[in-house]
Design a protein. Structure first.
Length: 365
């Protein structure tokens, strides 16, 4: 590793407009960990590399791993119809056609519930007529997973079950949370905590049951494509709107530990890991076609595996080399910094290039 190059790349992300950014890169027994910028714009409190952070959809590999553990024990069938377990949530022929695998890899055809839970956000990724009003309206709203799932199931289908490209949809992972509750007799959050988080020895990772981020953390600034100006802090927020699909709190060190263990077969067995790395084309929330496995996303032609995540004000990306040796986790405290073009699509921003440069430096081997 080149610490000087990493430090310079991290600083460039901050100077490009990111209030605070922190990261950890590992290569076997070498560790670089650093931070740049501020955790609180009002007080100039600095961001530090050990801060706990909302990591959004990086929750999905944790949830997928928990489901695969139950598959290994014979409690769930990977290619079994979801109607076998949750007939009331997806009734009729549709439930018979959608398998557990299709939920994990986003090929179920189920729509995203977010535009229905947050009406002023409209549909992703078309953003031309959006408004951030719903973010404040629902800051302390307590959603029940079945309520959100019903929105996704009732919405027009995004495709046929098993068809590709699939559509990245949080509805799938809320259903996986309900599946875990059905077969284990406990909440998905408790099962994932005991069997994934604690099994991996993660000391600063949790699926929260409150709207607070406990411990040292940054303020989380949401710009919503320039419609919130100046960006507003959403670090206090009820995360029931995304649950086991995206509510995880962690640190960059814990994320690297988790993915390092996962990619070496210590969270699920090697057979399950091979299934996680079987990819299909999926349409991301940004409207791009990506390769997606069972809760894992490849980068650099499969040389790295991991996941990214975003919630209101917080973003993170974690990637690990296929052999588990080289790892990168990066967290930022501003989201949707791009303004919108007349077409409604996000415009390029210097932060995009600075982050891409940081990733390249962090992942070069």
């Amino acid at each position: 590793m080149d610490p000087d190059a990493l430090n310079a790349a991290l600083e460039k992300v901050h100077h490009a407009g990111m209030p605070g950014v922190f990261a950890e890169v590992r290569d076997r027994d070498q560790v670089w960990r650093a931070a740049a910028g501020v955790a609180d714009i009002a007080t100039s409190r600095p961001v530090t590399a050990d801060m706990r952070h909302r990591v959004g959809s990086i929750s999905k590999p944790f949830t997928a791993a928990a489901v695969l553990q139950q598959i290994e024990s014979g409690q769930i069938g990977l290619d079994t119809p979801i109607s076998r377990y949750l007939p009331k949530l997806i009734p009729g022929e549709r439930g018979d056609a959608i398998t557990v695998r299709m939920l994990i890899n986003h090929t179920s055809g189920l729509a995203e519930y977010l535009p229905h839970a947050y009406p002023s956000l409209k549909a992703f990724p078309v953003l031309a007529e959006t408004s951030p009003r719903s973010l404040d309206d629902h800051r302390f709203t307590r959603f029940h997973p079945a309520e959100l799932i019903e929105m996704g199931v009732a919405a027009p289908a995004a495709g046929r079950p098993g068809g590709t490209p699939g559509l990245y949809s949080n509805t799938n992972y809320l259903l996986l949370g309900q599946l875990l509750e059905h077969v284990t007799g406990t909440t998905a959050e408790k099962y994932i905590t005991q069997n994934v988080i604690e099994r991996a020895g993660l000391q600063d990772t949790e699926l929260p049951d409150s709207s607070q981020v406990n411990g040292p953390h940054s303020q989380l600034y949401e710009a919503w494509f320039g419609m919130i100006d100046p960006p507003r802090d959403y670090s206090v927020y009820d995360m029931s709107w995304v649950g086991p699909a995206g509510s995880l709190i962690s640190t960059v060190a814990d994320l690297n530990r988790f993915f390092g263990l996962l990619l070496t077969g210590e969270i699920v067995n090697q057979s399950s890991l091979a299934q996680m790395q079987r990819t299909v084309p999926v349409i991301s929330q940004e409207g791009r076609i990506i390769d997606y496995g069972l809760g894992l996303h490849p980068m650099e032609a499969g040389a790295f595996w991991g996941h990214g995540g975003t919630v209101w004000g917080a973003g993170a990306l974690s990637m690990t080399s296929a052999d588990g040796n080289r790892q990168m986790s990066v967290a930022v405290n501003l989201q949707r910094w791009n303004r919108l073009a007349p077409s409604g699509r996000p415009q390029p921003h210097p932060i995009d290039d600075a982050l891409a440069a940081l990733y390249r430096v962090a992942m070069q081997r």
